[in-house]
Design a binder for this molecule. Structure first.
Ligand code: PL3
Ligand code: FE2
Ligand code: FE2
Length: 247
């Protein structure tokens, strides 16, 4: 998947001699409303990255042939959690970890159940397809409104996330006929839970300048693309996505 982060920069031309940043004006990061929203969003980011770290460690045990690679991906997630938490620290904001743990609990629980019954395809769909598509859409949407400290950190994290997505896509694509049904089944269970996390943050996203409707649309597009990459026909992928989003 190709990721193009950053604001739109107009190309210089005779009628427009200097490049101009056309991104929307940045919100006031010092306002009480911004700080409250940022605390909730950063909490979700830090908890999401920390859980991703644990999930990749579990995957490393479940798929020993790729153990070293999965531990490496897990280490990247640990680093993401630490680096993204500095974005809140820099604003003097404390992430709301308690809320974030509550929001992620159903998805994490579902991952654990799948892991305990040895359902590797389901674990990969949850972590590498759903969570990573979610992260890619969220970080892309945050970048144009990020403050100067958070922007380069978010851009670097975003570049890493596509590697995590690719791991899951390749594994599932190589076994598509055998895993197709398990993939469809876990999408119907895990997508509504993921959308629940987004729904809880809709007002916070608006406060920090993000567009939650655009984010959901870009998540849907990225996720449908992933389903097609692993082997679903495009009509089939669209139908599955529609059913799962409505479930
Ligand atoms: C796995 O690599 C990452 C899992 C994290 C999920 C993040 C979800 C983010 C929700 C809205 C965030 C906007 C970005 C804010 C950046 C500080
Ligand atoms: Fe990450
Ligand atoms: Fe990731």
């Amino acid at each position: 998947m190709t990721v193009t982060p950053g604001p739109q920069i107009n190309s210089p031309s005779p009628s427009n001699p200097l490049p101009q940043i056309t991104a929307q004006p940045l919100p006031d990061t010092g306002s009480a409303a911004y700080r409250h929203a940022y605390s909730r969003i950063n909490g979700v980011v830090v908890v999401g990255e920390t859980l991703a770290h644990h999930h990749f460690r579990r995957l490393a045990r479940a798929i020993p042939a790729d153990g070293a690679e999965l531990l490496r991906l897990g280490d990247m997630e640990g680093r993401h959690a630490r680096e993204l938490s500095t974005c809140a620290q820099n604003l003097g904001v404390k992430p709301d970890i308690r809320l974030a743990k509550q929001l992620f609990a159903p998805l994490h629980q579902l991952f654990r159940q799948c892991d305990e019954r040895g359902d590797i395809p389901a674990c990969l769909v949850i972590q590498c397809l759903i969570v990573e598509c979610f992260a890619v859409a969220a970080y892309r949407s945050y970048l144009p409104v990020a403050d100067g400290f958070a922007r380069p950190i978010t851009a670097a994290v975003l570049a890493d996330e596509t590697e995590h997505l690719d791991y899951g896509e390749v594994w599932l694509q190589q076994r598509f006929a055998a895993v197709q049904e398990a993939v469809a089944a876990i999408c119907l269970q895990a997508l509504p839970t993921t959308l629940g996390i987004l729904r809880a943050l809709v007002d916070d996203m608006r406060v920090i300048g993000m567009d939650p409707v655009e984010l959901v649309a870009s998540f849907g597009e990225g996720f449908q693309q992933s389903l097609e990459t692993i082997g679903f026909g495009s009509a089939e992928a669209a139908r599955l996505l529609r059913r799962a989003m409505a479930a």
